[in-house]
Design a protein around this ligand. Structure first.
Ligand code: ADP
Length: 756
């Protein structure tokens, strides 16, 4: 496919490979359409450097005679005056077209328009016929009516149809179409006015390659392009390149620029002889074209072309207005839905409830048919969604393959092949990442919509290679070619995406508010807890006095009045004193529990073995002697407050003694281990043990697994142990089986000596 030395190369000064229409250098084509005569004039000297070889037919002078002449010698001084002022002001737009009736001193057969423009150091002058009818009052009336009709169009559709038919009347083309581009620059005919005998092109699509990239760029720049006769032999530009610089004449802005051979073939295959295309521009992008076809040669006067350019601007203005209006309307609608969602979320500070479990849901925001929310590690769905497993797979893919936090497609399977399996419900996906780690997402789904699209000829054969030299040629047939478009959903628009992004901000606001509310609640709770602690401290403290009085009096009763009481009376006194004992135990334990959190802890580096020994020795000797007690040696240091640690050890050891006392030989082992970050002290016994299901709850206050009858106690001891450990920012746990003994572990972090 290396060379394309077909007939085409006489059109270009550089050797160009016609295998790719996107590369065709259409602006430096060295021919000009035969209906016009072109002059290239040096701006400094006004000497004529280029001329098209049809100057004899149009201007009455052979090109040899025109070349090297001075422009001032050929044009009337008044005309030269206009040209000079155009040059000076650098504004040819306001002087074009200049009416030309004579050239080189002789009167011309017809009146011409001279259209001038500047290209680098060369002024390009193009002469084309002037249509006398255009200045008639009838034509002016007609144009005025056309503008009025177009401006009063009811809606955009009506606007397009009106424009097409008015342009047809004004220009007399056989067919006038409004052609709209999609994202990839494939076009669709959205309005058409045509001669009755012609078959309709309305709603047909044309592939992007029909109007290659550089042709689109020229449309955007020049806005109007006219081809007067696709079958006439073009005029050559003499010389093709500048005699001094050797550069070809740049015809970027020429009105009669020669037509690319590929495009001529395209028009011939379509049976079109003359055409005019006018750009419709929106936001500096080529939105569409007004495309006119004629089946005979046709020149439309320069002024009419300008008029059509003006009509295309009216369309652009309408489009922008309409879009702004639609956008505002939709925005208003979605804002209402968003504010409902926000209100729902803030009711209980619940994102899930607010978005999925109330009157308004995620689905109301953008007409999705299903939505999924991945929040706090759990997936929730609403409407028509893929399976949970598939959604999680999709989120995984999004995590690894998309950079932006918003991803949208109306053809998921084109990005993620596994999406084919879920195309029925999720050909369309709009995803919104709410948080990174762990990932939190909202996904909206839209189902597949199968459509039949009519193309003007098979788009896959839009351009083909033919012949031995692999020449590029446009398709031969423009008959309707039906394509079934699958795996796609209704696309998401700008409003859908914007509202999703705004929703993310709403959610973040709710999460922050929720966090602040929790902090406030936490603070309140802490204060209440403190109040409760000081209350229980004062209650237990205050109860001690009257209890002591009761104890004193019951002792007096027992000692001094025992003989005077019958058996029942003596039994009552017994019960009173044992209840007082129990009550004392309770009060002491509660007091110990509330004291722990009232004070700050002053941490010391302690030797656990000596603390354990001291606590162990404080138990009555009779109890100790029954037990086989073992202290594991050596032990790493522990960082703790000494009184709290002793309280902890005392509770664990007394429990170990108590709950192993029915063993033939009660055995207790105490030790400590360290991993460099913390020291774990353990207390092991071979007592009654407990069911693992109770391992958590035994640390709550007053929680007991045994009856008072079998084992005395208050249910406060382990709560004290837990509180001590918590205050040290450590942890406590138990390993135990029913009947298999218990081991309690207390972890104390190793830290710098400090006050906690
Ligand atoms: P109590 O005063 O009842 O011993 P604790 O708070 O110290 O209160 O213990 C709570 C409960 O945990 C006890 O009632 C007992 O059922 C169980 N328990 C505590 N330590 C042991 C242990 N070493 N062996 C078996 N059960 C224990």
């Amino acid at each position: 496919m290396n060379n394309a030395s077909n007939g085409a190369n006489r059109f270009y000064t550089v050797n160009y490979d016609l295998n790719n229409c996107d590369q065709e250098p259409i602006h430096i084509i060295r021919v000009v359409q035969s209906y016009a005569c072109l002059l290239g004039v040096d701006v400094q000297s006004f000497s004529i450097i280029h001329v098209s070889d049809n100057s004899q037919q149009i201007l009455g002078l052979p090109h040899e005679e025109v070349l090297s002449q001075n422009l001032a010698d050929l044009l009337h001084p008044e005309i030269m005056e206009q040209i000079r002022s155009g040059l000076q002001e650098n504004d040819f737009l306001s002087i074009n077209p200049i009416i030309i009736k004579s050239f080189g001193g002789h009167i011309l057969d017809t009146t011409y328009h001279l259209i001038a423009h500047l290209q680098d150091q060369t002024m390009i002058l193009e002469f084309e016929q002037r249509d006398p009818l255009v200045s008639s009052s009838r034509f002016l009336q007609r144009s005025d009516r056309a503008v009025q009709k177009i401006q009063s169009a009811r809606d955009v559709n009506n606007l397009f149809h009106e424009t097409a038919s008015e342009i047809k009347v004004l220009t007399g083309y056989d067919r006038v179409m409004i052609y709209q581009f999609d994202e990839e620059y494939n076009g669709i005919v959205i309005a058409e006015a045509k001669e009755d005998h012609l078959s309709p092109y309305y709603q047909l699509r044309y592939p992007a390659s029909d109007i290659p990239r550089q042709a689109r760029a020229l449309f955007l720049r020049n806005q109007v392009r006219i081809i007067v006769d696709a079958q006439s032999e073009p005029a050559q530009i003499i010389p093709a390149v500048h005699p001094e610089t050797g550069t070809p004449l740049d015809q970027t802005d020429s009105v009669a620029r020669g037509v690319s051979p590929i495009h001529i073939e395209y028009l011939n295959n379509m049976g079109v002889r003359a055409s005019m295309s006018v750009a419709i521009v929106k936001e500096n992008k080529l939105w569409g074209l007004i495309a006119c076809h004629h089946y005979q040669p046709k020149l439309v006067d320069y002024r009419v072309r300008n008029m059509i350019k003006f009509l295309s601007r009216i369309i652009s203005g309408h489009l922008a207005l309409q879009e702004a209006h639609d956008f505002r309307e939709q925005g208003l609608q979605t804002n209402i839905v968003r504010s409902h969602l926000l209100e729902q979320m803030s009711r209980n500070w619940s994102v899930l409830e607010g978005l999925m479990q109330n009157k308004f849901t995620l689905l109301d925001l953008n007409q999705a048919s299903g939505a999924a929310l991945l929040l706090d590690g759990r997936l929730h769905t609403i409407g028509e969604c893929p399976s949970e497993e598939k959604i999680m797979e999709l989120i995984d893919w999004l995590e690894n393959n998309t950079d932006s936090s918003v991803f949208e497609t109306n053809e998921l399977s084109a990005h993620w092949p596994a999406g084919l399996e879920i195309k029925d419900v999720a050909s369309g996906l709009l995803s919104l990442q709410i948080a990174h780690t762990p990932p939190e997402y909202i996904l909206w789904f839209r189902p597949e919509i199968i459509q039949t699209v009519n193309w003007g000829g098979n788009p896959e054969k839009a351009v083909t290679f033919s012949g031995e030299q692999m020449r590029l040629s446009p398709r031969k047939s423009f008959d309707i070619w039906k394509e079934q478009v699958q795996n796609t959903a209704k696309p998401w628009d700008r409003n859908d995406i914007n509202s999703a992004i705004a929703l993310r901000n709403d959610i973040k606001e709710i999460i922050i508010e929720k966090y602040q509310e929790i902090r406030k609640l936490n603070q309140n709770l802490l204060e209440a807890y403190k109040d409760l602690e000081s209350f229980s401290y004062s209650v237990s403290h205050d109860l001690r006095m009257p209890l002591r009085t009761i104890e004193g009096f019951s002792q007096i009763l027992e000692e001094d009045y025992k003989d005077k009481l019958d058996d029942y009376g003596q039994q009552v006194i017994q019960t009173i004193s044992s209840s007082i004992g129990k009550m004392n135990g309770f009060i002491n334990d509660l007091l110990a529990l509330s004291k722990i959190s009232l004070n700050d802890l002053i941490i010391n580096k302690l030797n656990p073995a000596s603390q354990i020994e001291q606590v162990w020795n404080s138990f009555p000797e009779a109890e100790r002697q029954r037990v086989q007690f073992q202290l594991k040696d050596p032990m790493p240091p522990v960082y703790a407050e000494v009184t709290s640690l002793r309280q902890l050890l005392s509770n664990l050891l007394s429990n170990a003694i108590k709950y192993s006392r029915h063993q033939e030989i009660p055995m207790i082992e105490v030790g400590a281990d360290s991993d460099g970050k913390s020291t774990v002290i353990y207390v092991r016994d071979n007592g009654i043990g407990m069911d693992p299901k109770h391992h958590q709850r035994i640390f709550d206050v007053f929680s007991r697994l045994v009856s008072d009858k079998d084992y005395e106690g208050t249910g406060v001891g382990l709560a004290i142990v837990k509180k001590v450990v918590d205050k040290h920012r450590g942890e406590v746990w138990v390993e135990s089986e029913k009947g298999g003994g218990s081991t309690f572990y207390c972890r104390f972090p190793i830290h710098e000596l400090e006050v906690l």
